[in-house]
Design a binder for this molecule. Structure first.
Ligand code: ADP
Ligand code: ZN
Length: 681
């Protein structure tokens, strides 16, 4: 993944303060009707309405919406209304098949055209498309440069042809070299559009775009006065937690978590293939006897194994996936209930993207980041070893150094996330320039400095907000640490500084005669580990500065002078009060699991039992039709069925997520199961 200059300043100004969007009018009733008929939803979500109105009004549009916001509906609904053939450009070949199956299940006429089809199949698709069989076609960007496809599209868009009313560009940030996932083939999109005899409406979608990338999308795709819809980045249904744990303790934590959430789907991310192999093996050993299977996925596995593993996960046969970050792009599974990071990702952006794969369905889900010092050592090692990463071979040394610095900066922000005692959600949203979303102002340091126990303006649904902290005054230790760092001229790392202050009697210290240095043993009664914690906090708040490399040294930071000279200097840290926080956490987990299992708002005591029976019906249908279970109905829809217990078609249509096609096509089996269940009571 490329590192570049935009980094942490992503989306500054993208929040509620952005200029108001000229309205394209309210959503036409026909759009709501289409939404209900095909997808069974009663209303558009915020942002969807504006995108759909703009497109239907013939206006180009740019939608920046987080994962799970429901981007696909924004172009699918217009595609089903506009006549002719809507083209969807997507780089995710593996997702196209799923999207097409899901649309078919909803009663639409979709197709895809990509390299997974044989030439003969491609011919058939093109022929049928020319005859007007399809409403919407997914293509990979490379396809737009294929002369045969261009001729096909030109004929379609010619006066008197069936028409191409809309070109939707998914993952639009791929057009920008400043983005994470630049794809040269995206540069051909605007030329393709320009070659069409009638210009279609162009709508671009992305989940991540800095100002710079957004400008690129508009420019490089040639969007004309686009309506720009930027929804907030907050994913309110996600819980965020951070745990500092040793390597062994991590594995035990994960095993315990998985056991406690045995009937739920989860992804566990590791930073290396080897870690994936080891962790999946140890988890399997522990969980298999309980009937929980564990899958694994990384780029070192054979294609077929990887595919099988992914399918088993999507189809709910294997609930737990241990994977590198190679897994997930193009995975649309809505009911992932937890994402655990066994290691620290390279940036907040990468973390949010991966963690964001939890809870796409909008139900409560959890994101846990487990970390320790080894994670950061490994990351630094990777950055130093791989200066080329993210820049082409032609790039100058200067450019590489720039990229390296940038990656260090991104990692430092990740480190801040691990160590903050402030609201974790606020930290992330600040990173994305969306702090307005929570009404939290100020820098991470400001939030931390407010050391009065629970986070003052927190989200109420993260590890920090749900933990009670004890405030401890560590001014003496802080001052001693800064003073020693000054005396040592910033030549040593954190551990050694802590050891000297503690007065440890190690060989290294004796060798370097540090046991004779002033300051040695000044903090004899504070354990080294605790001193290290104070040093971390000093770094985090700018009193000290940590260098780079695998064994970074600690030097004075911009605020050091305050600690050294200001008599009024005081420094306190917040520590989790263990017992209390765990009680809170358990209570939260219970509530959340209850909600996810349909507990809240449930109207029948036996909902859980019915849910299991309906789930079996779903599994059978999915197996018969070779669909993923969520293409039949989402968990959310099954739970609504348990609550509402419809007895006829009308009742079915009142359930969120059941459109007309599915009511007619699948309704009978679910009605029968519900009736049988109730009859047996
Ligand atoms: P994105 O592509 O933005 O990550 P998706 O298009 O996959 O999001 O949608 C996420 C989930 O939200 C899907 O399960 C989808 O069915 C659901 N969804 C989308 N729009 C609505 C809506 N208006 N009402 C209810 N659920 C919706
Ligand atoms: Zn919070």
């Amino acid at each position: 993944m490329a590192a570049n200059s935009m980094g942490g300043r992503a989306l500054r100004g993208a929040g509620p303060k952005a200029a108001p969007i000229p309205s394209s009018g309210p959503v036409p009733p026909a759009a709501l009707d289409t939404l209900h008929r095909y997808f069974g939803y009663d209303s558009f979500r915020p942002g969807q309405d504006r995108m759909v109105s703009a497109i239907l009004a013939g206006r180009d549009a740019l939608g920046v919406m987080p994962t799970g916001a429901g981007k696909s509906i924004c172009y699918q609904v217009p595609a089903l209304m506009l006549g002719g053939l809507t083209l969807v450009v997507s780089p995710l070949v593996s997702l196209m098949g799923d999207q097409v199956r899901a649309l078919k299940a909803a009663g639409a006429r979709p197709a895809y055209l990509n390299s997974s089809l044989t030439p003969a199949q491609q011919n058939t698709v093109l022929k049928r498309a020319s005859e007007g069989w399809y409403q919407i076609m997914y293509v990979a960007p490379e396809r737009l440069g294929d002369p045969r496809f261009i001729a096909f599209a030109q004929a379609l868009a010619a006066p008197g042809g069936l028409g191409i009313p809309l070109v939707a560009v998914d993952e639009a940030h791929c057009v920008s070299q400043w983005g994470q996932d630049f794809r040269p083939s995206y540069l051909g999109i605007s030329e393709f559009i320009a070659s069409l005899p009638t210009r279609p409406v162009v709508a671009a979608f992305t989940a991540t775009a800095t100002d710079r990338v957004r400008a690129d999308i508009v420019g490089m795709l040639g969007l004309t006065h686009p309506a720009s819809v930027v929804t907030g980045f907050d994913r309110a249904n996600l819980y965020f937690g951070v745990e500092e744990l040793g390597d062994k303790a991590k594995a035990a934590w994960i095993a315990r978590y998985a056991r406690g959430h045995a009937d739920q789907s989860g992804i566990i991310y590791c930073s290396t293939r080897r870690a994936v192999d080891e962790l999946s093996a140890s988890l399997a050993l522990e969980l298999m006897p309980l009937g929980i299977s564990v899958g694994r996925y990384h780029a070192g596995m054979a294609d077929a194994d990887r595919r099988a593993s992914q399918e088993a996960f999507i189809e709910d046969r294997v609930p737990i996936m241990v994977a590198t970050n190679a897994f997930g792009m193009g995975i649309d599974k809505p009911n992932v209930r937890y994402v655990i990071h066994n290691n620290v990702p390279e940036s907040i952006e990468a973390y949010y993207q991966e963690a964001g794969r939890a809870g796409r369905d909008g139900d409560p889900a959890s994101c846990h980041l487990l970390w320790n010092g080894n994670d950061f050592r490994l990351r630094r090692f990777l950055i130093d070893r791989d200066p080329n990463d993210g820049s082409g071979p032609e790039d100058a040394a200067e450019q590489r150094e720039f990229s390296r610095q940038n990656r260090y900066r991104l990692l430092a922000q990740m480190e801040g996330y691990c160590q903050t005692t402030g609201c974790l959600r606020a930290y992330i949203l600040r990173y994305f320039g969306d702090e307005g979303a929570l009404g939290v102002a100020g820098s991470p340091a400001a939030a931390d400095a407010d050391a009065d126990g629970a986070a003052p303006h927190g989200c109420g649904n993260c590890g920090s907000c749900l933990t009670s902290f004890e405030v401890e005054d560590v001014t003496v230790a802080a001052r001693a640490a800064v003073r020693l760092v000054q005396r040592l001229n910033g030549r040593f790392g954190k551990s050694l500084v802590a050891d000297v202050l503690h007065g440890a009697n190690t060989e290294r210290i004796r060798q370097m005669r540090l046991d004779e240095a002033p300051g040695y043993g000044d903090l004899a009664d504070v354990p080294s580990a605790q001193i290290k914690g104070v040093i971390d906090q000093l770094v985090g708040r700018g009193y000290l500065m940590q260098g780079q490399g695998q064994y970074p040294t600690v030097g004075l930071g911009p605020l050091a002078v305050q600690a050294l000279t200001d008599e009024g200097f005081s420094f306190s840290v917040r520590r989790r009060s263990r017992g209390a926080s765990q009680r809170v956490r358990r209570a939260v987990d219970l509530v959340r699991d209850g909600e996810a299992a349909g507990g809240l708002g449930a109207s029948h005591e036996d909902d859980a039992e019915l849910f299991e029976r309906l789930r079996e019906v779903r599994t059978e249908i999915a197996r018969d039709r070779q669909w993923a279970p969520y293409m039949v109905f989402s968990d959310k829809t099954l739970r609504a069925l348990c609550r509402q217990r419809p007895h006829d078609r009308e009742g079915l249509l009142a359930v969120s997520g059941i459109g007309e096609k599915k009511a007619d096509d699948l309704g009978e089996r679910f009605l029968a199961e519900i009736a049988a269940f109730e009859g047996a009571r």
